[in-house]
Design a protein around this ligand. Structure first.
Ligand SMILES: C[S@@+](CC[C@H](N)C(=O)[O-])C[C@H]1O[C@@H](n2cnc3c(N)ncnc32)[C@H](O)[C@@H]1O
Length: 232
């Protein structure tokens, strides 16, 4: 039997309705930072002549959680009659189930491909494997606490914040493969924290031949969260 989502209060995020179990990441400041800029980006994208000739814009979100950003983008494209292909990957099985539930809740289930697995691994067909115009990732970016969390007591929500011993491992693993999945002139948005090594991120981007276009910063509690916007 699947998870019982009927017991959750429905929250609304930019017009998208969502049921979110405690073990799945609900929208936070980092989600807001990506959402704000992606909506601006899409508005600009629509008005650029060369983009109007694109047959279909290919969008990939890694770590979609309950589907928040993916559903927001897809509903916007549908409203604006932009042709698109969406895919997403997510490591937490409960988040996958949640995103599919939320897609149905918003009648968007025929427009999304919410896949389960690690980073790019689920992109295992020709259609999924073809490079993307836009890739997004709000990754886990806090340092893990190996004394507290180990494989036997790991909870599903830990995947949302545990970025590995330095906090940067999951993001760097993502960046180390990015060029292969990004079209020429394709763009990526991802989040990181001022508490992790920014030089390692910039080095990974250089190796992948991806240019850092701009960064936006938001201060929360004891750190800055940073949105990177980059282009191949
Ligand atoms: C900070 S949450 C972001 C959720 C949502 N995209 C948002 O912005 O609110 C990070 C998400 O990435 C997922 N994740 C962590 N490591 C992953 C990996 N290696 N591959 C795919 N998804 C991963 C987590 O399960 C979690 O849902």
């Amino acid at each position: 039997m699947g998870h019982d989502f009927s017991k959750y209060e429905i929250i609304e995020y930019y017009g998208i309705n969502m049921a979110i179990p405690e073990q799945v990441y609900s929208p936070h400041d980092d989600t807001d930072l990506i959402s704000e800029f992606i909506l601006e980006w899409i508005k600009k994208f629509e008005t650029t002549k060369e983009n109007l000739n694109l047959k279909s814009i290919r969008v990939l979100e890694i770590g979609y959680g309950p589907g928040t950003i993916s559903l927001l983008i897809v509903s916007y494209f549908l409203k604006k009659k932009v042709n698109f292909f969406h895919a997403g990957t997510e490591i937490s099985s409960l988040a996958v189930e949640t995103a599919n539930y939320n897609a149905k809740l918003n009648k968007l289930e025929n427009f999304v491909n919410f896949l389960e697995g690690n980073l790019f691994e689920p992109l295992n067909t020709d259609e999924l494997n073809e490079p993307y115009d836009l890739i997004l990732f709000n990754p886990p970016y806090l340092q893990s606490e190996p004394d507290i969390i180990n494989e036997s007591n790991r909870q599903l929500i830990d995947f949302a914040w545990d970025g590995g011993p330095s906090g940067n491992e999951v993001l760097l693993e993502f960046l180390n493969h990015i060029s292969q999945y990004l079209k020429k002139n394709g763009e990526i948005f991802f989040i990181t924290s001022s508490l992790v090594d920014q030089k390692a991120i910039q080095h990974a981007l250089e190796i992948q031949n991806v240019k850092n276009l701009e960064q936006k910063t938001k201060h929360i509690f004891f750190e800055d969260i940073i949105l990177y916007h980059c282009k191949k």
